[in-house]
Design a protein around this ligand. Structure first.
Ligand code: BES
Ligand code: ZN
Ligand code: ZN
Length: 508
């Protein structure tokens, strides 16, 4: 992880904060002749003797989304520069937009080797939630996937002072820092090449995190995986010289009420997906090192929860293996018996994520999870449907699914509810086993979800297909190319806001 950014709360006026840059944002004027410089910025402008409104009159400050206007040595302003970010339309601007805007600003300043900034809040966005969004945005924007470069670019921002926020903003800053640092950790893992992050190495990292975070950890090796009869995970692992691992991390709150819910987080961690015998084409195959992004999200979430301390007990189960076409690899048509006892006909060895999740979900249930969320870079079909914009959300329990969607909204992660009608189930009927692992091209993301559903039983379960959102193919103004750490913020919000009242009728 990058060196920690020092984010603090400043109670002085914006014009008086010294430092390399004072950052704020302007909206597009609501009506013709309206002014972008108003509210909190009016005060800054007054201190600056009207310099900023003169820039606006010159037509250089339009408020268009992500426009950047950098002014140097503005008289009356203690900071060396004033950076005004375009925020677009005010009515469309919430904390999700604020987070992104802060990331864009951080990237802009980092490119200019600026190390310390002040961020001025605007009216309506001065509370702890907004301070959290700004803190997250700044820390996320500072991330660089340059771990293996010897010619490193400019280092990250070192410090930020948030000014103009309400007093309780400090709590938001503290939360935001934990959330964003852990999301960056997930991004870093997603970027790791498969030779430097094998299943064993991923397990080692999990153990190191658990020790540092005070989480209980259990790493199951091949022998224990076999003892548990996880035939689906073992089937995928057969083709690889690297042994599989199944990582279990447990967070236990101080008070555990008997019968209280237990959240199970199951993450797909294929450290490289060649497709196996149903091998993928060479083009873009290198990207398949990110096929462990679901597992990385769970690991990062647990790391954050160990610091944020939710009231709910959380168990993360991360099945991990390579998917390789070795001499002993499973072959199309093979039948595997999963931990649950259900038999699976492996029609396509490239549909391996759902196989390892089948055993992962069954194990999370055995460990006591009463609610399940899985995250997986599962299908190309979800990429076709939703692109890189939304993650796909599938679920069996409407209330729980809505809860996850609400967390996604609160955390500023775009997610879209996808269908899981009973009718789709027909597509994964097998001629010789209980089910088969593919359902053809139509509704490919829904049939993949259905496959996992087969192993969840009555346990409320939500599946996040993050194949399109866990990786940025091209840099965006708010983030560089590579792992995105998607789902981390949503899952943290879900755990933090989980109702821990004992479920009626629970056996405890
Ligand atoms: N890891 C892939 C899914 C994927 C595809 C992620 C593209 C990101 C971008 C998964 O294991 C896979 O290969 N799925 C197949 C399933 C098919 C064989 C039914 C797919 O979606 O093509
Ligand atoms: Zn695959
Ligand atoms: Zn895969």
């Amino acid at each position: 992880m990058d060196k920690r950014m020092n984010v603090s709360f400043g109670s002085q006026g914006a014009a008086a904060v010294s430092g390399e840059a004072l950052v704020s944002y302007v909206f597009e004027p609501e009506k013709d002749g309206g002014k972008p410089v108003e509210g909190a910025l009016d005060e800054v402008d007054k201190a600056a003797g009207g310099t900023i409104s003169r820039v606006a009159s010159a037509g250089e400050l339009t408020g268009k989304k992500f426009e950047t206007t950098l002014l140097h040595f503005v008289p009356g302003i203690a900071a060396q520069r004033v950076l005004l970010m375009g925020a677009g339309k005010r009515e469309k601007f919430g904390n999700a937009e604020l987070r992104r805007l802060a990331s864009v600003a951080a990237r802009f300043l980092k490119a200019r080797a600026i190390k310390n900034v002040a961020f001025l809040a605007r009216e309506g966005q001065r509370d702890a939630a907004s301070a959290q969004a700004v803190t997250e945005g700044l820390i996320l924007g500072t991330f660089d996937g340059d771990k293996y470069r010897t010619d490193k670019k400019n280092g990250p921002l070192e410090s930020a002072i948030l000014v103009g926020f309400d007093e309780p903003a400090q709590a938001g800053i503290d939360r935001g820092r934990i959330v964003a640092e852990c999301q960056n950790f997930a991004r870093e893992l997603g970027n790791e090449p498969s030779n430097l992050l094998t299943p064993s190495m991923l397990a080692d990292r999990a153990v190191a995190i658990a020790r540092e975070a005070g989480l209980a950890v259990d790493v199951l090796d091949e022998k224990r995986i076999a003892e548990l009869k996880m035939g689906a995970l073992l089937g995928v692992a057969r083709g690889s010289a690297e042994p599989p691992r199944l990582v279990v991390l447990t967070y236990t709150p101080e008070k555990v009420v008997p019968g209280a819910p237990v959240l199970g987080l199951v993450g797909k961690a294929i450290t490289f997906d060649t497709g196996g015998i149903s091998i993928k084409p060479a083009d873009n195959m290198e990207k398949m090192k990110f096929d462990m992004a679901g597992g990385a999200a769970m690991l990062a979430t647990m790391r954050a929860l160990s610091q944020l301390k939710p009231k709910i007990k959380v168990i993360a189960v991360i099945p991990s293996t390579e998917n390789m076409p070795g001499g002993r690899a499973q072959k199309p048509g093979d039948v595997q018996i999963t931990m649950s006892g259900k038999s699976v006909e492996v029609i396509n060895t490239d549909a391996e994520g759902r196989l390892i999740l089948a055993d992962g979900v069954a194990y999370a249930k055995q460990l006591g999870a009463t609610h399940l969320v899985d995250a997986a870079t599962l299908t190309g079909a979800i990429v076709v449907a939703l692109g890189g914009v939304n993650s796909g959300v599938f679920g069996t329990n409407e209330a729980f699914t809505q809860k996850v969607l609400a967390s996604a909204r609160a955390a500023g992660e775009k997610m879209w509810h996808m269908p899981l009608d009973d009718d789709y189930r027909d597509q994964i009927k097998s001629t010789i086993a209980d089910i088969q692992n593919v359902g053809g091209r139509p509704a490919g993301a829904s049939t993949a979800a259905w496959f996992i559903r087969e192993f969840t039983g009555d346990t409320p379960w939500v599946h996040l297909d993050i194949a399109g959102t866990a990786w940025l193919d091209d840099a965006k103004p708010w983030g560089g190319k590579g792992g995105t750490g998607v789902a981390v913020r949503t899952l943290i919000d879900l755990a933090m806001n989980f109702d821990t009242a004992p479920t009626p009728g629970s056996k405890a």
